[in-house]
Design a protein around this ligand. Structure first.
Ligand code: NAD
Ligand code: SER
Length: 322
């Protein structure tokens, strides 16, 4: 591959791991990480890092031109809970940002990866075995921007031939960069609190079942989809992908198999609970499996074991005791 890759929002939960994988695959110099935050210290991100606000067309153009970018992995966005707190900013970052990225991709012939979300679904969508092609009427600003984003990506493909691709991720669980303010963040927080304090106060009801995925599977989905021959893709910007689903009570029970004295208290946040209540309990991802061979590797037992191994080995006090 001669042209380089640009990752926006690269310091976030997904980007911090995707950049490392892409650099291992394509070479250190081939991947430019970008964000509106600066990378901490002089780590690997300090090399090959560019400050890029995705809502700024000139900054995007400059970095794409300067580094001869051929593909943009556009991860910069506000997640569901933050977007509900700041809907105007969410519209600006999630929609204007995507529009500018697509415009630059059109001008310079770049491919685009756009991560959509379970947030595209709403209260009228079937919550169990949620179909690939179904009603998309979300009641959150996050969901509105994700549905519009999927449609905009479809439009840039059909109207301008921009090679856009994307998946609808469920809640993602990882032990690296902390999650950025979503409704499914409780699952990551629960692991950290279990290791550090043996106690967790959960902001969702104990029986709230949601689709989830471990980060190595999410990274595998991105890399596999982007490597798939274009003629195989029908649902190019909106593939349902999932790996497992559980409730907070079930996750706590699995963690207790390793940390028997772990306690969870439930104090429901009505805003995030209302969001969770409109999202799928289990998505049907057979279309992704058929079109590009999607197949997750981790289930609840292996995910839990791996998370606890990593967090126990690198325990840092970044959550407050509760
Ligand atoms: P995150 O919140 O952890 O990271 C987002 C990054 O974007 C942050 O580093 C932030 O500084 C940066 N950013 C914010 N505004 C910006 C701007 N104007 N210009 C450039 N950068 C900006 O998010 P994430 O979890 O890594 O998610 C990445 C993408 O994946 C988002 O589109 C999100 O909606 C989607 N997604 C995530 C999940 C999940 O569970 N993490 C699930 C479904 C979809
Ligand atoms: N994990 C994300 C969120 O909760 C789902 O898109 O916002």
């Amino acid at each position: 591959m001669n042209k380089k890759i640009l990752v926006t929002g690269a310091l976030g939960q997904i980007g911090s791991e995707l950049v490392l994988t892409l650099r291992r695959k394509w070479g250190e110099q081939q991947v430019i990480a970008s964000d509106i935050r600066m990378p901490p210290g002089a780590g690997s991100f300090a090399d090959g890092f560019a400050y890029v606000d995705c809502t700024n067309l000139n900054q995007l153009r400059d970095v794409v031109r300067k580094h001869d970018i051929g593909a943009i992995y556009h991860l910069a966005a506000l997640l569901s809970a933050v977007a509900e707190e700041k809907p105007h900013v969410a519209w600006q970052v999630n929609m204007d940002g995507l529009y500018q990225v697509l415009e630059v991709a059109r001008e310079y012939g770049c491919a685009v990866f756009f991560p959509s979300s379970i947030g595209v679904f709403g209260p009228g969508t079937p919550r169990r075995n949620t179909p690939q092609d179904t009603l998309l009427r979300p009641t959150t600003m996050y969901g509105v921007t994700k549905v519009a984003g999927e449609l905009l990506c479809d439009y840039y493909w059909s109207r301008f031939g921009v090679d856009t691709r994307g998946v609808r991720f469920p809640g993602l669980i990882s032990h690296g960069a902390p999650p950025g303010g979503g409704t499914t963040d409780y699952a990551v927080e629960m692991f950290h609190s279990a290791v550090q304090h043996r106690r967790y106060r959960c902001f969702l009801r104990g029986d709230s079942r949601l689709d989830m995925m471990y980060m190595p599977d999410a990274i595998k989905a991105v890399v596999t989809l982007m490597a798939t021959p274009v003629e195989k893709l029908v649902h190019r910007n909106a593939f349902n992908v999932t790996a497992l689903n559980f409730t907070p009570e079930e996750l706590a029970a699995e963690i207790r198999r390793h940390i028997p004295d772990f306690e969870v208290e439930y104090r429901v946040d009505p805003v995030r609970q209302a969001i969770a209540d409109t999202w799928p309990e289990s998505m049907d991802d057979r279309v992704a499996r058929a079109e590009w061979g999607w197949q997750p590797d981790y289930d609840l037992a292996t995910l839990t074991q791996d998370m606890l191994d990593h967090l126990s080995n690198h325990s840092t006090d970044r959550t407050t005791p509760i």
